[in-house]
Design a protein around this ligand. Structure first.
Ligand code: ADP
Ligand code: MG
Length: 234
């Protein structure tokens, strides 16, 4: 069993959106059973799950004190992946969650505020000795700042080669407990989520995760340069 935490000090970067989407995508790709845990007192992820018809991924109510024991129980119960959403503040909760995780995903919008805020989460991961990856979220098509953000972030850790773009279906699909993969919106959003999951899955399993390898994993053409990967989605 693996544990992925979505963490970043910045509110609105996409922690809850990506946690829900990656949990559903992992189930769809056969990596389940997946259990979701919401450690944000605001409870956005649990509200999303309550609005959801599908039973999977499972949702697990827990507390900061009970988290380690509950994760152990999920492992014993045959859960294959635990996805944890965290609050947008550096609290003791975040450090505790990170210490129990195999991989920390830091969703980051390509904005100066998000880039500055990423450092605090990176420091916690380094202190606790946990691997991290940045997932650029909310990008505008062909915006130069996206490329600049990827370059800036790459100085601090791995950056997922699959960029998630700013698209209304990421927000609208979650209103009634679904995801972009489940509403048939006809955009590239489901492909972006699938690519991000393929990258995270490879990281969790310790497989080769260079941008070109991940792009080929996700079915993209090997001739695509990282730059065209960045600009690919509209
Ligand atoms: N790629 C995206 N495209 C459009 N809207 C997005 C995208 N990612 C997140 N959002 C919206 O931005 C807001 C903040 O996202 P959320 O996942 O709640 O962030 P966090 O949990 O980090 O505070 C929400 O309204 C969400 O629907
Ligand atoms: Mg949130």
């Amino acid at each position: 069993m693996h544990v992925i935490a979505f963490a970043s000090q910045k509110g609105g970067s996409g922690k809850t959106t990506l946690a829900g989407h990656i949990a559903v995508e992992a189930e769809r790709q056969g990596a389940g059973p997946v259990a979701l845990i919401d450690t944000d007192p605001q409870g956005s992820l649990s509200q999303w799950w309550n609005a959801r018809d599908a039973e999977r991924p499972f949702f697990v109510r827990t507390s900061s004190e009970g988290l380690a024991a509950d994760i152990a129980r999920l492992r014993d119960g045959g859960v294959k992946l635990v996805v944890i959403d965290t609050p947008p503040a550096i609290t003791s909760t975040i450090g505790h969650v990170i210490s129990l995780s195999d991989l920390v995903v830091i969703p980051t919008r390509p904005s100066p505020h998000d880039l500055r805020a990423a450092g605090a989460t990176v420091r916690i991961c380094e202190e606790v000795g946990k691997p991290l990856v940045f997932a650029v979220n909310g990008a505008s098509a062909r915006a130069r700042i996206t490329t600049e953000a990827v370059i800036a972030l790459s100085h601090h850790g791995a950056v997922a080669p699959s960029i998630l773009h700013q698209r209304i279906d990421f927000a609208s699909s979650m209103i009634d407990g679904r995801t972009v993969m489940e509403i048939g919106s006809g955009t590239k959003s489901p492909d972006e989520v699938a690519e991000l999951w393929a990258f995270l899955d490879a990281r969790l399993k310790g497989r080769e995760t260079s941008p070109l390898a991940a792009a080929s994993l996700a079915g993209a053409q090997l001739s695509g340069t990282p730059d065209s990967v960045l600009r690919g989605a509209a």
